[in-house]
Design a protein around this ligand. Structure first.
Ligand code: MLT
Ligand code: ZN
Length: 455
């Protein structure tokens, strides 16, 4: 192993195998053979050629914050960590782009953009550890999609090494490029199954004006979308998020914030707007009063300072961390925005009826139709039995998702976690085309095999 590729840092100690063999997904066991740390695209190419020759599978690995086990090595694979390829290479102020290596941390890129007068808008709670290459591989979404779209909209160019060992320089940062299939887009969201992303050119935009956050409480699920419509009709929302009283209970109990209202409500929505004029703030408050009069909103608070914006966001962003000790079984689904209440009401009723012992934390990006459903492990139930019971919920939920024409994964990806349910969202014809594409890019099946689907 040590002589795999001349000059390539390779680790096989137990600690590294355990750390780098997995991502944030629970309920899997990492079993990699080795971890390698390339520093250049050419080293990645040499590694892929070596892997083809030696019939060894590679698992591309970024910040390992994924939640679909796409970065797990469970079967003696070599993990390719991009963390040593962590340089920001170029800011082009005329093109409004930043070119960087794949291992740059999301927050570092965001900060670099901001310090240079720009804004990189893809944002989510794992920003401090996730890497740009991983964001591209999962087409990361997060909390600002409602305004700025997904990672896909911001990738202007990609350098990749395919599973056959070709280095491709895709799209070359062109705004317009009408020369056939856009292979760059194929790599975005491919979960590391077509090749290894080594360099990314991202668009950046103007910085938003002062953000203002409203946190509103309601006891009625249908009101969540009525509040959304009321604000969406008057503002270009920066975010529209939802969480429940159960989520808030864990966040406050873990010391991540304080309850916002004297009397708790069942549901909370976080509305973020860009305050371009004082009139806009007045408009936001006027909508709040109207919603209160109609009984749609029971209580609310509005940020008065950047610190209050941060504090209100903490109530939403710290849900994952505050519940992680309860070994949550996570789901991340989407339906069309208009179907959110129907899905939420039906699904929560089913879980309550069939699994009364389950505590469920609902939250998510409801403005995008994306819901996170986290079932917490009851004390006293073994992990295996818990997972078995959660899989029963999966079956019911994914049938419902299929009926509502939604997706079994809105933003976390398929990886290992959702592959048995891919056909709830994608047709057999689509899946077979995806498999053919995989074979073209990775003829020897050495790049992240077994993720998304089995061949
Ligand atoms: C979030 O929205 O906070 C993330 O998708 C993480 C999670 O679902 O735990
Ligand atoms: Zn999310």
């Amino acid at each position: 192993m040590a002589t795999m590729i001349e000059g390539l840092e390779t680790r096989t100690d137990e600690e590294s195998l355990k750390t780098y063999g997995k991502d944030w997904t629970k309920h899997f066991t990492p079993k990699p053979k080795a971890i390698v740390f390339p520093k250049t695209t050419e080293q990645v190419r040499d590694l892929v050629l070596w892997a083809r020759k030696n019939k060894t599978a590679l698992v591309p690995s970024g910040g390992r914050t994924g939640l679909s086990a796409a970065a797990y090595a469970t079967n003696g694979e070599v993990v390719v960590s991009l963390e040593k390829m962590n340089k920001i290479l170029e800011l082009n102020t005329l093109d409004q782009t930043i070119r960087c290596e794949a291992g740059v941390i999301t927050e570092q890129l965001q900060k670099y953009a901001w310090d240079n007068g720009y804004y990189y808008p893809i944002d989510f709670a794992a920003r401090g550890s996730s890497q740009i290459g991983g964001n591209v591989a999962t087409n990361a979404g997060g909390i600002k999609v409602i305004r700025y779209g997904l990672t896909r909209q911001w990738v202007m160019g990609l350098k990749v090494v395919t599973g056959s060992g070709e280095i491709l320089n895709l799209n070359k940062s062109l705004v317009k490029n009408a020369t056939g299939y856009d292979l760059r887009q194929l790599f975005i969201g491919s979960e590391g199954t077509l090749g290894i992303i080594t360099e990314v050119t991202l668009a950046v935009t103007r910085q938003p004006k002062e953000p203002v956050v409203l946190l509103l409480g309601t006891d009625d699920l249908n009101s969540i979308m009525e509040i959304y419509t009321a604000y969406r009709n008057s503002f270009n929302l920066l975010a529209y998020e939802m969480f429940t009283d159960v989520a808030l209970k864990y966040v406050t109990a873990q010391g991540h914030g304080t309850a916002p209202f004297a009397t708790p409500t069942k549901y909370y929505v976080l509305v973020e707007i860009e305050k371009e004029t004082e009139e806009q703030l007045e408009k936001a408050l006027e909508i709040f009063s109207e919603l209160s009069e109609k009984g749609r909103v029971l209580d609310g608070t509005v940020s008065q300072s950047p610190k209050q914006v941060t504090d209100l966001w903490k109530l939403r962003e710290n849900i994952t961390e505050a519940t992680s000790h309860k070994q949550p079984y996570k789901n991340d689904v989407s339906v069309r925005v208009s179907r959110v209440p129907e899905f939420l009401i039906e699904m929560s009723d089913i879980i309550k009826k069939e699994h009364p012992d389950f505590e469920v934390v609902w939250f998510g990006h409801v403005g995008d139709g994306n819901l996170h459903i986290n079932i917490l492990k009851p004390d006293g139930l073994s992990s295996d039995d818990f997972v078995k019971k959660c899989k029963q919920v999966d079956r019911v939920m994914f049938n419902m998702i299929e009926r509502l024409e939604g997706s079994v994964s809105a933003e976390h990806g398929v990886g290992l976690v959702k592959k048995a349910f891919l056909s709830s969202t994608r047709s057999e014809a689509e899946i077979s085309l995806m498999k053919e594409i995989k074979k073209v890019f990775d003829p020897d099946q050495i790049i992240n095999p077994g993720k998304i689907f089995d061949l």
